[in-house]
Structure formats: structure tokens, C-alpha cells
Ligand binder design. Structure first.
Ligand code: ADP
Length: 326
């Protein structure tokens, strides 16, 4: 193993429930294995601004149940420049940090990949994003909690949708990925999901209306993934008003609700396993990999593969939603 004594840990990009469970697992597992741990506040920006403190086991007590991230998160433009990364490298060295664990989404892992290559610096990534858009892992940290939040919100919206016999478009997060919309729709028993993976191939709205999806029902709920590709729920509702008058259409945008809350048991266990595996990976001389869990096994996913765009959506899920919405 490379001569690693001190591991820095940071959370970066969009926050996700379960990041704290991951911070706890990385910290405790590192200390268990004899490493020193330093918590870096506000993502890559904290490296530039030297917001770095030593973490003991008590620093991560009582956080497994908390949403958000105790290390805070931020976006950092400077880290996107070679000069910024040079400064970051010097600051890390000055703090005696000789490996990093980065918890974040595809942007954060893209930055990690570039930095690790430039300075031959050991970095292990953990997939922290509600979007589930990273390759090589069945689930990302925060995805399951967000999915449960979406399901609970839709259960409530369904009451009013049914009482007023309305068509509801519910916009959910996901960036360019439709996982939250599609699985949220299945979990909540919605009629359909309009997702970016399909939007370029067919006019999903026209298809829905033409299929007469409301004929036998007194209300309809359609999930829409927020994305320039789908156009978002507002734009789709406008289209319905203009092209298909007669539908009483309403929009609900769930927004940042989806990012918050106490992580589910699934996310806590996922984050704990992945956090512990990050230290195993460093002990195993791995670097430039993201920890994934695939078919219930820990896997090391090279950054280049993890951050590839367009993680595929299973057609079986689409078919299931379609068949169950008649
Ligand atoms: P997420 O990790 O949730 O996808 P962002 O895309 O905002 O979030 O990325 C978080 C941070 O990662 C950015 O503010 C930047 O500091 C770093 N980052 C993203 N892309 C790059 C890149 N191409 N080069 C260097 N750093 C990057």
C-alpha cells in the first residue's frame, strides 16, 4: 500500500440524505484501521480556504440519522482550473493529507478524477446523489430516501387529485436521469412517468393523451423528471391547456423537499457499507475508483466509467408501469 497516514474526507455538489452516515463510516473505519482523519468543510472550496479539522470518532457521533451533511457542501469554480487544483494540492500537503474520500455526484467525481490524475493523488469516491445517475452501482446514497419522500408526497396529492377529478403533473428531481420519476411513479401507483431517456424518441404527452389514459379514472397522476429534455411539468401543463383543452390540469413541483429528511434504513446501510469499503479500497491500494454496490456485492468502479452519461433505464420498469396503469 502507498504510504498513507492521513485521509481527508469531503462532501461536494448537491447534498443527499445518507451523506452523514457515509462520513461516519469513513471516519470510524479509517480510525479503526489506524489512519488519521481530517474533515474538510464545504467540498473542494474548503481545501482552498483551509477549512480542515481533525476528526475523532466523537466528531461523527449522533449523525447517522441526520439528513444533509455536517461537513456542508459547496460548489467551487476555482477547482475547475489547473491553478486552483495546484493550490488545493499544496494545501492538502500542508495539512499532511495524503488520500481523499470524496462523497458527491458526477461533477464531484469528475473533479476527483482530474485531480487524482494530475497529482497522482489517491482518491476514493462514494456516490452521493439522489439522482441515481452514476454507473456501476445499483443505487446511490440518498436515492432511496428521495424516492420514499416522493412516494409520500404523491400519496397526499392523490387525495386532492381524486376529490377534484384532476390531472396532476408532479415534477421530481433527477437532472438528466428518470430514475426518481419512473420508480416514484411505480411506488405511488401513478399513471405514467415522463422521463428524459424516452423524450427524445417519442412525444410522451401525445402518447398518453391518445391512449386515453384517463377514460376509466376520476384522476390521473403523471410524474415528470425535471430536465430540459422533458421540458418540465409547467411546460407540459401549458401544452395540455393549449392542445388538449378539457383536462383540468394542475402542477406540483416537489423541489428541495426531495433532498431533505432522515435517511431510510436502506440508505444508512448503503452509506455505512460504502464508507467502510472506501477504507478497504485504500488498504487494497485502489485509487481513482468509486465504491459501488452491484448485486449486493461491493465493487470498485473506475471514475471514468462511473461518470459516463446516460445510465440506462430498465425497459422492464417502463413496461411494468405501463401495464399497471390501465
Ligand atoms: P455534483 O457532484 O452533485 O454533480 P457539481 O456538478 O456541482 O455537483 O460539482 C461539484 C463540484 O465538483 C464543482 O463545484 C467543482 O468544484 C467540481 N467539479 C465539477 N466538474 C469539474 C471539472 N470538470 N473539473 C474540476 N472540478 C469539477
Amino acid at each position: 500500500m502507498a504510504d498513507i497516514k492521513c485521509i481527508g474526507i469531503l462532501t461536494s455538489g448537491g447534498d443527499a440524505p445518507g451523506m452523514n452516515a457515509a462520513i461516519r463510516a469513513v471516519t470510524r473505519s479509517a480510525i479503526f484501521n489506524g489512519f488519521k482523519v481530517k474533515g474538510i468543510y464545504r467540498g473542494y472550496r474548503g481545501i482552498m480556504t483551509n477549512e480542515i479539522v481533525e476528526f475523532k470518532t466523537q466528531n461523527v457521533s449522533n449523525i447517522i440519522q441526520m439528513g444533509g451533511t455536517i461537513l456542508k457542501t459547496a460548489r467551487c469554480k476555482e477547482f475547475m482550473t489547473p491553478e486552483g487544483r495546484q493550490q488545493a494540492y499544496e494545501n492538502l500537503k500542508a495539512h499532511g493529507i495524503d488520500a481523499l474520500v470524496v462523497i458527491g455526484g458526477d461533477g464531484s467525481l469528475t473533479g476527483a478524477r482530474i485531480f487524482a490524475n494530475e497529482f497522482n493523488f489517491p482518491i476514493i469516491g462514494l456516490p452521493g446523489t439522489i439522482d441515481n445517475d452514476l454507473h456501476g452501482t445499483d443505487s446511490t446514497i440518498g436515492y432511496d430516501t428521495a424516492l420514499n419522500t416522493i412516494m409520500e408526497c404523491i400519496d397526499k396529492i392523490r387525495d386532492t387529485a381524486t376529490s377534484h377529478e384532476r390531472l396532476f403533473f408532479i415534477e421530481v428531481m433527477g437532472r438528466d436521469a428518470g430514475f426518481l420519476a419512473l420508480n416514484g411513479a411505480i411506488a405511488a401507483g401513478a399513471e405514467a412517468a415522463i422521463i428524459p431517456e424516452i423524450s427524445t424518441q417519442v412525444d410522451q404527452l401525445a402518447e398518453l393523451i391518445q391512449n386515453g389514459f384517463r377514460k376509466s379514472k376520476n384522476s390521473s397522476i403523471v410524474l415528470v423528471a425535471e430536465s430540459p429534455v422533458t421540458g418540465g411539468a409547467m411546460a407540459l401543463a401549458e401544452r395540455v391547456k393549449n392542445e388538449y383543452p378539457g383536462y383540468d390540469v394542475r402542477v406540483s413541483i416537489l423541489g428541495h423537499l426531495q433532498r431533505g429528511g432522515s435517511p431510510t434504513a436502506f440508505d444508512r446501510i448503503l452509506a455505512s457499507r460504502m464508507g467502510a469499503a472506501a477504507i478497504d479500497a485504500l488498504l487494497d491500494d485502489q485509487r481513482n475508483v468509486m465504491i459501488g454496490i452491484s448485486n449486493d456485492e461491493i465493487v470498485y468502479v473506475p471514475f471514468a466509467k462511473a461518470i459516463k452519461k446516460d445510465k440506462p433505464i430498465k425497459s422492464e420498469l417502463l413496461n411494468t408501469l405501463h401495464r399497471l396503469s390501465i
